[in-house]
Design a protein around this ligand. Structure first.
Ligand SMILES: [Zn+2]
Length: 58
């Protein structure tokens, strides 16, 4: 299992509910159900990393 998702940088602290959507291999993405922002597609490991890195930049 990959690392936990950090809260959405755009919704925090109001409402944040990021989810990892797993499609076919290499075709997963993380999206926020609060504002519908999402990462690019990639492997689950990569997109979780992208999501958490972006969170850290806010
Ligand atoms: Zn959001």
């Amino acid at each position: 299992m990959s690392e936990p998702l950090k809260p959405c940088p755009f919704c925090e602290p109001l409402y944040s509910d990021p989810v990892l959507v797993t499609g076919s291999p290499g075709n997963s993405f993380v999206m926020c159900r609060g504002c519908n922002c999402a990462t690019d597609d990639g492997t689950a490991e990569r997109v979780v990393g992208l999501w958490n890195q972006r969170n850290g930049q806010q």
